[in-house]
Unconditional design. Structure first.
Length: 153
């Protein structure tokens, strides 16, 4: 029983945090974001056609900040990602509420800046839920897979 419980716990810890917002509301709320951001899958399927001023938000849930290939992030957002910032609902909502203040807190740099000037007053959790629901399926960690296999033997 212990290996099965361990596998279940590891599986929960390995997966990106699932959003608690409402994806349907988030789809509508994303209209505020699409002037700068698109949501386009790795295969090229366009979920939401949007601008290219900001990075593609496909797969943001569980992704390290500042890592979309081909997008030039601010030095501060890149530094936050290199220091371990991974997008979950809490971090996403805090960032979209006040990007500059968020990066200052994350980096410890009182002069940190963000290229994102827009502030989302409410609905960040819904937009994150929409993005999480319209992103790649969470990959299972190898350790969780091995534990699950050991539990079934």
């Amino acid at each position: 029983m212990k290996p099965l419980m361990t596998a279940a716990i590891l599986g929960l810890l390995a997966a990106p945090a699932f959003a608690e917002g409402d994806p349907a509301k988030g789809e509508k709320g994303f209209n505020k974001c699409k002037s700068c951001h698109t949501v386009t899958s790795d295969a090229g399927d366009v979920i939401v056609k949007g601008g290219k001023t900001g990075p593609n938000l496909w797969g943001i849930a569980g992704r390290t900040a500042g890592t979309v290939e081909g997008f030039k992030y601010s030095n501060d957002l890149t530094a936050a990602g290199e220091a371990g910032l991974v997008w979950d609902e809490e971090k996403f909502v805090a960032f979209t509420t006040d990007p500059k203040k968020f990066l200052q807190a994350e980096t410890g740099n009182s002069k940190a800046k963000s290229k994102m000037s827009f502030r989302l007053k409410k609905g960040g959790e819904d937009i994150f839920a929409f993005l999480a629901a319209n992103g790649p399926a969470p990959a299972e960690e190898p350790a969780a897979e091995e534990s699950a296999e050991a539990a079934s033997e």
